[in-house]
Design a protein around this ligand. Structure first.
Ligand code: C5P
Length: 408
């Protein structure tokens, strides 16, 4: 990605120190960062630190005559490609939502005509307060994109949502934002399913599998970096959610089925989810209890809809132009995967060996075979992020050749 210009507004919270790392991360990736600090932010970190890391003058005052002569505040708010507020304190969010402007940061935010992204950071009670949640809804409605906050222990000793997202995650979200306008998959709408599904037995118990969702998340993240508009339908997974994607959380296969159909039409669909083949037909409305007879309750299973198969077999026009399935096998990987590709009707199939000895299910690495994109290929063991990059590189090649065919 060619370097972009980011105007970084630093609010007054302890997370301001993490924004130093964000500046490093963005400059390392080739972007130019210009910093603006609120008065409170300067209580936590000095402007000199941001100036040293960004290599640019740091702006702090609304009525600074020399600054106005060098570059007026209106110009400062418009010369960037993106305005990022990190940390976005409760106070800054409230000002943004109300359109208040009584210092440089809030004035720039009201004067800008550029997209705005915020990374909120505050005490958990402040985050959960109805006023902040109201402001959040207003800001989203105004088109502001929001990254985080994360959940965890906080500087104030409390625990919960309110920690600023990690600098690398914010930088990823910023790059996904830029890529959506200029990456090789810009304009392509992609559906990705990921994670396990939970099939209820009763309100407190469910049938699940060991899928972590790591491979699906990595693929969605790589697609977003390449500029795709990603609809990420995910079961309850432990993997971090990909930045810059529309996240559609589901729990059961039936919900995943409905969400996948609702995400159509799309150009490309990738089914990385480990969908439960069966659900409990006689799921109980209340918690099932031992009845003293010593006999366990009997569960009656029924088959779930096969999402990959159904979408692969849609009529041309409704069917995504490229449908990619996954096959998690424990034996005869290639033979089973080849048969599965035919049975499902997908274009490509990514097959992996998930026998416990491989450590692939739930692990950070994968080793796969790609079927259907020319001769079968074996991709040796690599991180799930690297496998995702390689798959997305193939998708970019496919998109280029299908664009060329469309032109001919
Ligand atoms: O049939 P099997 O589960 O082995 O097929 C795996 C592939 O099919 C994966 O791509 C998975 O996401 C998809 N699948 C699906 N709906 C199901 C079962 C599997 O989309 N109900």
């Amino acid at each position: 990605m060619t370097g972009k210009r980011v105007l970084l507004i630093i609010g007054g919270g302890i997370a301001a120190y993490k924004s130093l790392e964000l500046v490093r991360e963005l400059t390392k990736r080739g972007h130019a960062v210009r910093c603006v600090m609120t008065k409170a932010a300067q209580e936590f970190v000095t402007p000199l630190s941001f100036a040293s890391l960004s290599g640019e003058k740091v702006h702090t005052e609304l009525f600074a005559m020399t600054d106005e002569v060098e570059m007026g505040h209106i110009e400062l708010s418009r010369s960037a490609d993106l305005v990022v507020v990190a940390p976005a304190t409760a106070d800054l969010m409230a000002k943004m939502a109300q359109g208040l402007c009584n210092d440089l940061a809030s004035t720039l935010l009201l004067a800008t005509d550029k997209p705005v992204m915020i990374a909120p950071a505050m005490n958990v009670r402040m985050w959960e307060h109805p006023a902040t949640q109201r402001n959040l809804i207003t800001l989203r409605h105004d088109g502001v994109s929001v990254i985080g906050p994360d959940e965890g222990s906080m500087a104030c000793g409390e625990f919960g949502p309110g920690r600023m997202a990690e600098p690398v995650a914010i930088a990823d979200a910023i790059e996904a934002h830029f890529a959506q306008r200029s990456g090789p998959l810009a304009g392509k709408r992609v559906l990705v399913t990921s994670g396990p599904t939970h099939e209820p037995i009763d309100p407190v118990r469910y049938i699940a599998n060991r899928s972590s969702g790591k491979q699906g998340s990595a693929i969605a993240q790589a697609l977003a970096r390449a500029g795709a508009d990603v609809q990420f339908v995910t079961g309850p997974a432990e993997a971090p959610k990909p930045e810059g994607c529309a996240i559609i959380p589901v729990e059961t296969a039936a919900q995943m089925h409905a969400a996948a159909l609702a995400a159509l039409p799309c150009d490309i669909a990738i089914f990385a989810a480990a969908v439960a083949d069966w659900r409990v037909q006689n799921a109980a409305p209340g918690k099932v209890k031992k009845d003293g007879s010593g006999k366990p309750p009997s569960l009656k299973l029924t088959e779930n809809p096969d999402i990959l198969r159904e979408i692969s077999q849609l009529k041309p026009g409704k069917r995504p132009a490229l449908v990619i399935g996954f096959a998690a096998e424990t034996d005869e990987v290639l033979a089973n995967a080849t048969a599965k590709r035919m049975r499902k009707g997908c274009d490509w199939l990514v097959a992996n060996d998930v026998s416990p000895a491989t450590g692939i299910m739930g692990g950070d690495q994968n080793e796969v075979h790609l079927l259907g994109a020319g001769d079968p290929e074996h991709w040796p063991r690599a991180s799930k992020a690297q496998i995702a990059e390689r798959l997305v590189a193939r998708i970019i090649d496919w998109a280029k050749s299908s664009n060329e065919k469309a032109v001919c």
